[in-house]
Design a protein around this ligand. Structure first.
Ligand SMILES: C[S@@+](CC[C@H](N)C(=O)[O-])C[C@H]1O[C@@H](n2cnc3c(N)ncnc32)[C@H](O)[C@@H]1O
Length: 345
């Protein structure tokens, strides 16, 4: 069943972490980040612990605010947020030429919102791979309720080391997930290994753009906010992603930052200057209401201690994302389509 009520949010905070351990998990998570004295090297070495803590703590907030698909989308005027999210998923399916009978892998599948939509849209069988136990349990339950247990299945595993045979899939995609990898090359090599020769991998990557200046303090502050609020070890540039794809052995067919031509900015749902009834929970006012509600539920012991701190670092994420989008130094939709050559020679 969909878990989008206030009590679902409260009871889900912490995911598979024991409720009395949530506060200390928040402490440990925060300490990984620059804001709390952490550094990139420690985040990279401990990426599995850092990312899993993040998703245990944040998933019920995501489900409450975004629904079942945890990603942004370029948007046309007059299009709702939900419509744009689905269209962004359909775009990937079309780029990969998905057709009935194909075996597809979704790398970092969240709770399976995109996977269910793409399976319905393209009549394919899709395996969702995800390293977070809590999200996998939500993905299995939501797929069962949607009547999609047959074409959709899930594997709990790390995308840096997949327990899957070589040359298995007819297509692979990743939506705003491989940004969590401690090293893009290692992750793309694994994807290359499990993809059949001649077949394609498409992704939406989170990247800093060419406007990002590492010497600029305010750019670095925005980057650190995005890392803290989103469980990221680092944020790569678009060219680092393309170089890593090529080094892994892929031919890059085309790539583009889809944020550039989007008539409605992707960060608009989080922007302080905007109000929307249909995505009220994402607006500044909606987020303030959620924060007050979480505080009250924590006070009443209906939400675990530490819940309010989770909503606070998610608030930092929203601020960083809007800043990154406005300054055009960050994009969550650097798209690429890449092919594994038929022969390695
Ligand atoms: C922002 S969410 C996107 C989820 C999904 N693609 C969507 O759009 O709804 C990123 C996902 O990547 C997964 N992830 C992060 N690091 C991972 C790893 N090392 N191995 C497998 N999955 C990972 C997270 O657990 C989470 O499900």
């Amino acid at each position: 069943m969909s878990k989008s009520g206030a009590f679902d949010l409260a009871s889900g905070v912490g995911g598979k972490i024991e409720k009395k351990q949530v506060q200390s998990a928040v402490d440990q998570y925060e300490k990984y980040h620059v804001y709390f004295g952490g550094d990139e090297e420690t985040r990279k070495t401990n990426y599995s612990d850092m990312v899993n803590k993040y998703y245990d703590l944040a998933t019920s907030f995501y489900e409450f605010g975004w629904g079942e698909s945890f990603h942004f989308a370029p948007r046309w005027k007059g299009e709702s947020l939900r419509e744009s999210i689905k269209r962004h998923e359909h775009f990937l399916a079309l780029q990969l030429g998905l057709k009935s009978g194909m075996k597809v892998l979704d790398v970092g599948c969240g709770i399976g919102g995109p996977l269910r939509e793409i399976a319905r849209f393209s009549s394919t069988s899709i395996t969702g791979l995800n390293n977070n136990d809590y999200q996998i349990s939500r993905a299995i339950e939501l797929s069962r309720v949607a009547g999609l247990s047959e074409p959709c299945n899930f594997v709990k595993a790390d995308f840096m080391n997949m327990p899957l045979p070589d040359n298995t899939f007819d297509a692979i995609y990743a939506i705003e997930a491989t940004c969590h990898a401690p090293d893009a090359l290692g992750c793309y090599k694994e994807i290359y290994r499990v993809l059949k020769p001649g077949q394609c991998f498409a992704a939406y990557e989170w990247c800093v753009t060419d406007h990002f200046d590492p010497q600029n303090e305010s750019h670095q502050k925005t980057k650190a906010e995005i890392e803290l609020g989103n469980g990221l070890p680092d944020i790569r540039s678009t060219s680092q992603c393309i170089d890593a794809l090529k080094l892994a052995g892929f031919e890059v067919i085309w790539e583009k930052d889809l944020a550039i031509d989007s008539p409605v900015s992707w960060y608009l749902p989080l922007d302080t200057t905007r109000f929307s009834i249909t995505s009220f929970r994402l607006t500044t006012f909606g987020r303030a209401v959620t924060r007050t509600m979480v505080k009250a539920l924590e006070f009443l012991k209906l939400a675990p201690a530490g819940s309010d701190r989770v909503s606070s670092f998610l608030e930092k994420a929203a601020e960083g994302l809007v800043e990154g989008g406005r300054k055009e130094i960050f994009t969550p939709m650097f798209f690429f389509l890449a092919r594994k050559p038929v022969s390695d020679s």
